[in-house]
Ligand binder design. Sequence first.
Ligand code: PEP
Ligand code: MN
Length: 359
Amino acid sequence: MNSLDDITNPLPSDCGSPAIMAGPCSAESRRQMLDTARALAEGGINIFRAGVWKPRTLPGGFEGVGLPGLDWLADVKAATGMATATEVATPAHVKAAAASGVDILWIGARTSANPFAVQEVADALAGLSNPPAIIVKNPVSPDINLWIGAMQRIREAGITRLGAVHRGFTTYGENLYRNTPHWAIPFELRRRLPGLTLLCDPSHIAGRRDLVEQVARKAMAMHFDGLIVECHCCPDEALSDAAQQLTPAQLIEMIKSLPASNRAMPDTELEAMRLQIDRIDESLLETLARRMQLTDEIGRYKQLHSLSAVQPQRYRSMIETRTRFGTDLGLNPDFLRVILSAIHEESVRRQVEICCKND
Ligand code: PEP
Ligand code: MN
C-alpha cells in the first residue's frame, strides 16, 4: 500500500479520449485568451490552460501577468464553459487561483523538483475547503521517486483528484528535443500506480512546433490518457515559448489524426525493457551526431592550419585506447574494432569533404 492508491481522475468526466488540455503558454491579454479559447472550444476542446505566473530559467524574461490572468481565465470559463487550469508554485498562487475558481492546478517541473516548495503548496491546499484538482509535472531531472514524492505530499494534503504529466527531462548539450522524453519513467509510474491519470505535454518535450505531433503520437502509443498542448491564436507573437505553440486550427487537425487512447496495459516488463533500449539508442545516436559535429570543427581547424585530414598515429592510439576502455566495460574486442573503424572512417570522410570544399 502507498498513499496514492485511492487517487482519482483530476480531469472533468466529459473530456473524451484522449483528453486534451490546450491553451497558451502564458496568459498575455484578455483578447488573446478569449480568441484562443473560443477557437479551441469550437473544435471540441473543453479544458483550457494558461500560465499566469511563469517560472523562467533566466531572469529578465516575461514572468507572467499575475492576478489579472486569473480574471481572464474566469472570463474564458464564462464565455466557453471550458474548465480552466494554471500553474502554481507558492501558497499565494494556490490561494489566489482557488479563490478565483480555477478547476485544475499544475505543479511545474521546476517546482516538483523541490520538496520544500511542493510541501508549501501542499500545506496551502490542505487549508482549502473545496480544493481544485492537481496535476504534477515530472521534475526536471529523471528521478521517479522525486516525482512520486511530490504526488504523495499533495495526496497527504487531502487531494484525491490527482494526476501526473510527462514533459521530458533536462539534458546537457544539443538534443533533438527541448526536454528529452524518457518513456520508461512514466511507464514505470503507471506500473506502480495503475489508477493514475497520466498526461503528456508534447509541447515542452518538443520545443518546436513541427515536432509536437510525433511526440503526441508516441504518447498515444504509450497509452497516455491525454495531452497538454500549448496553443496560441498568434503563436509567433507569443511572449513565451513562441517556437512550440500551435494555432488552435493546427491542434484540432492534429487531434483528428491521433488514435484514441487505450488504457489496456501491454506486456509491461517487455515493453519497459524495449523503452529503455529505445532511449539508449536515441542517446547513442545523439552522442554520435555530437561527435561528428566536433569532427567537422576539427576538420575546419586542420584545413586552416594546413594539417592533413588523416593522421595515422592518432588513428592507432584512438583504436587502442577505445578498445581497452570498451573491453573493460565487457564489450567484445572484435565488435569494438568494427564500430570504432566505422566511426573513424566516417570522420575522415567528413573532414576530407570539408578540406576539398574549401580548397
Ligand atoms: C508550462 O506548462 O507552461 C511550463 C512552464 O511547464 P514546465 O513546468 O513543464 O516547464
Ligand atoms: Mn510553456
